[in-house]
Design a protein around this ligand. Structure first.
Ligand SMILES: [Zn+2]
Length: 268
């Protein structure tokens, strides 16, 4: 079995377990906190018991993940450990997720504030840098954070998408946005756009559950984002909003802790 298929099969099983039991599912290390330390070497220095120690001196309690806590409450008040409640699946095919299967939508605000800053306190913009998106076929500058190597990763992603065939590449530009100091529409929490660590691609190729909810009684998952583009982002540590029950198929955000990747190279 090729590595790609093996990973897909393993994640399918992990997804099933997460869906049925809604259980704490540390990604790829023995403990979720070790996975975080490995995924963010530039900002997280170490773990000490149930605490994370950041290079900037911040110390965060990872809390607990209470499986009895309702989905809507976790969405607003996720602990660090809650971020690993649902394992993120990769590989093909891209299919409709089960109800409330939203791997990556549980985000601990304190952790991301400590790493990227709080945009409402003007702490994010000093770390935004420009990346030329698809220099061969579009060539506009986008603003993203340099922290955790996000800008460098997006530059590599841009080069790979630039080399794709036109019909596939077309879904990646013009982009709909990167940095925006705003919250998630249904969760009253900062989105990864508020940290400069997310990108929305071509609006014309996107499907979003909240927009669809206005047209039908219950939003039904659909997708026009090419699998080649999803695969490139995931290989560079970005999760895709199309793998969520509450789908957002133009959305990608940097969440290497959910992808079990090797540590990112040190950024500029
Ligand atoms: Zn987005």
């Amino acid at each position: 079995m090729p590595p790609h298929k093996a990973r897909s099969a393993r994640n399918s099983i992990g997804s099933l377990v997460a869906t049925l039991a809604f259980a704490a599912t540390p990604a790829f290390a023995a403990d979720a906190l070790d996975t975080l330390v490995a995924a963010y070497p530039e900002t997280i220095q170490a773990r000490l018991g149930n605490d994370l120690i950041l290079h900037n001196g911040a110390r965060l309690d990872a809390g607990v993940s209470d499986s009895a806590m309702p989905f809507d409450i976790v969405l607003i008040h996720a602990s660090v450990r809650d971020m690993f409640r649902i394992a993120y699946p990769t590989g093909s095919p891209l299919t409709a997720p089960a109800e409330n299967f939203d791997p990556g939508r549980f985000r601990n605000k304190a952790l991301f504030d400590a790493m990227y800053g709080d945009c409402r306190k003007s702490e994010v913009t000093p770390n935004l840098v420009s990346v030329v998106w698809l220099p061969k076929h579009w060539g506009h500058q986008i603003e993203v954070t340099r922290i955790n190597g996000v800008a460098d990763r997006l530059s590599q992603i841009s080069s790979e998408i630039d080399a794709l065939p036109e019909p596939v590449r077309r879904a990646a530009w013009p982009i709909a946005g990167t940095y925006a100091c705003r919250g998630v529409a249904d969760a009253q929490q900062p989105s990864m756009h508020a940290y400069g660590a997310a990108i929305d691609l071509n609006l014309a190729f996107s499907s979003y559950w909240l927009w669809d909810s206005g047209k039908v009684a219950r939003a039904v998952w659909r997708n026009r984002m090419p699998e080649q583009i999803v695969d490139i982002f995931e290989r560079h540590g970005f999760i895709w909003g199309g793998r969520w029950y509450h789908y957002d198929t133009m959305h990608f955000e940097y969440r290497p802790e959910l992808l079990g990747l090797a540590p990112a190279p040190a950024s500029r």
